[in-house]
Ligand binder design. Sequence first.
Ligand SMILES: C[S@@+](CC[C@H](N)C(=O)[O-])C[C@H]1O[C@@H](n2cnc3c(N)ncnc32)[C@H](O)[C@@H]1O
Length: 219
Amino acid sequence: MDHAFWHDRWQRGDVGFHQSSVHDQLQRTWPKLAVQTGSSVFVPLAGKSLDMAWLAQQSHRVIGVELSEIAVGEFFSEAALTPTIVQTPSFLVFSAGPFTIYCGDIFDLTAQHLADVTALYDRAALIALPDHLRQRYVDHLTHLLAPDSQVLLIAIDYPIGEMEGPPFAVPFEEVHQLYAPAFDIDVIEIRDGLAHSDNLKKRGITRLEETVYRLRRRA
Ligand SMILES: C[S@@+](CC[C@H](N)C(=O)[O-])C[C@H]1O[C@@H](n2cnc3c(N)ncnc32)[C@H](O)[C@@H]1O
């Protein structure tokens, strides 16, 4: 899954992962984190997710990072916002209202970009990355997030071999292996995901478990 893969998908409008409504698990489970209103929430691999608008409605500032300029442009135009756009060495930075979206590669972000962030929302980010990038992604987040920061992570699991990712199956054992060295981990919801994903049902999988985790960065 190199950059060209994602640019090509946005170019062709092949964005079956995008949801036309706010993710129900976010709405249901976010309050359990009790993230302070007014604090900034980081949304990695943001796409043009409407979940960012919902987080802003909960009185958070939202900092996203997304590779595709098409996705970022569509996020702002669909929100009827006109962003200011600034070119920096690593990112084209789009800002309007409560939103700042860094258009570029997440691996170029530094802790300075996320100075006020106290929480992170990961839907279809970890599970979008192939095996060899997942450890690098978690190591990077571990470096970026301050102690006590929380993460709401939605991950999926399905029988090996039934579908070629993305999205990839990332079972509990792998979440544990990736995050346990630096984060405390709680499972806050497990559900049958097939009932909620026509897109993945059509791709032939017979079982889909969707798990919501609350992670807390240890000091
Ligand atoms: C499966 S989509 C999920 C988007 C969004 N989280 C959602 O729920 O709709 C993954 C997104 O990550 C972006 N992406 C992939 N690799 C990236 C990278 N290295 N840095 C920033 N964004 C990346 C892709 O362009 C794509 O929009």
